[in-house]
Design a binder for this molecule. Structure first.
Ligand code: FAD
Length: 382
């Protein structure tokens, strides 16, 4: 029997790749390994830009995700003292980007992708610890029996062991702030508008998820590794006095779903491939969260690689090695650009308030044009 394609990591990138292989038809045998004991996702919700929705369309689940999610309408950017920096008009941004952004609960996105994956192919509680290229294929090392594959896709996130095997001592450093995320249900029918509020080395964003629920994220300068006894109390103190609805949203948050992650700058591995091995998603190009593009780029990677593995795109002609080479050639530059843009966006958000006021002088038209290049429908390589 032909050895399977081994996908290390059943997160957004890994599941989307498997779903993409199934959608393309005549999928090769594959197996997904994930170190966690159960599938699912922490982190509340995720914002998907039109590039990611185009990728989801390419793997056949775009409409399922649109139905499960919430298309984002008007929103604004404000300073912590309530001053309006920019108001975002849905029609204009959708016209510039090729469609609206959609926010969806991460658990629902994972479920939609998982439903398209061949039953019995996900092996939970199995961590990939490295690999050996041998016998014309690859041996994936785990804590127990090795897994033999025709090829290996490292989709194991920003702590990727596969990326570290490709690039030992991959540089990484704490950027100076953690990111918190949560879900709130305000129980009102008034509707919530999307808003990002910036000030004093802090930021808090609120993303509507239907009539009365919302997803929020926050960053604030603090040492790494710290964890408050009660993160919500800690955040309510850190954001006290910020404009409505910040306190209402934090007060309506379920403490059990609040996550806190130290944000790291991890270098892009100097190579993404090693013969029958490739990395995708955060493993290939971890980035700061400020553009909301990490998961979007992971979905684009998965859709592109599924297409190349099917042999219908470029010159890959069905061979994993050729497909992996073509994948890196196609995806490295655009993904690195988004890594740089995300870092720049993060620095701008963390800048003093006068810089925020200056940023408001950039016309919407220019801002949208630059975002469309990396996150619009046209940024998905069709
Ligand atoms: C605060 C914050 C907000 C964000 N907001 C957005 C947003 O709005 N929009 C957006 O597009 N992106 C956003 N992101 C980024 C996004 O979450 C990631 O880029 C995305 O999850 C990457 O997908 P992935 O599949 O590459 O990695 P992951 O989703 O991390 O999946 C990796 C999988 O591999 C498994 N794994 C790890 N190690 C191993 C191993 N050794 N062996 C086997 N399995 C392993 C893990 O259990 C996991 O299931 C945000 C990130 C943060 C921190």
């Amino acid at each position: 029997m032909r050895p399977p394609l081994v996908i290390a990591g059943a997160g957004i990138a890994g599941l989307a790749l498997a779903a993409g292989l199934e959608h393309a038809g005549d999928a090769p045998p594959y197996v997904l390994l994930d170190e966690r004991p159960a599938l699912g996702s922490t982190g509340g919700a995720i914002t998907l830009w039109p590039n990611a929705l185009a990728a989801l369309d390419a793997i056949g689940v775009g409409d399922d995700v649109r139905r499960a999610g919430h298309a984002l309408g008007a929103g604004s950017v404000r300073t912590h003292d309530g001053r309006l920096l920019r108001s975002l008009d849905l029609a204009r941004s959708a016209a510039a980007l090729g469609g609206p952004l959609v926010a969806v609960r991460r658990g629902e996105l994972v479920e939609i992708l998982h439903a398209r994956v061949r039953p019995g192919t996900v092996r939970l509680g199995v961590a990939a610890r490295g690999y050996r290229v041998e016998h014309g294929g690859v041996t994936v090392l785990t804590d127990t029996d090795p897994v033999i594959g025709v090829a290996l896709v490292g989709a194991d996130g920003y702590r990727s062991e596969i990326a570290r095997a490709l690039h030992p001592q991959l540089p990484e450093r704490y950027v100076g702030f953690p990111a918190w995320r949560g879900l709130a249900d305000l129980g009102t029918r008034d509707g919530i508008e999307g808003v990002q509020i910036w000030g004093r080395g802090r930021e808090l964003g609120i993303v509507p998820l239907g009539a009365h629920a919302c997803y929020w994220f926050a960053t604030a300068r603090e040492p790494a590794g710290g964890a408050a006894d009660d993160e919500l109390d800690h955040l309510r103190a850190a954001f006290a006095g910020w404009p409505d609805p910040v306190d209402r949203v934090l007060a309506a948050t379920d403490p059990a779903v609040v996550t806190r992650n130290d944000v790291m700058d991890r270098a892009v591995p100097r190579r993404w491939t090693d013969g029958p091995v490739v990395v995708i998603g955060d493993a290939a190009h971890a980035m700061r969260p400020h553009l909301g593009q990490g998961g979007c780029q992971a979905l684009v990677d998965a859709a592109v690689l599924a297409r190349l593995l099917h042999g219908t795109g470029s010159s890959a002609a069905g061979s994993p090695l050729a497909a992996f080479g073509a994948f890196e050639a196609l995806r490295r530059r655009p993904a690195e650009r988004v890594v740089r843009m995300s870092r720049a966006a993060s620095r701008a958000v963390g800048a003093p308030t006068p810089v925020h006021r200056l940023s408001a002088l950039v016309p919407d038209r220019l801002m949208l044009r630059s975002l469309a290049r990396v996150a619009g429908t046209a940024a998905f390589p069709s």
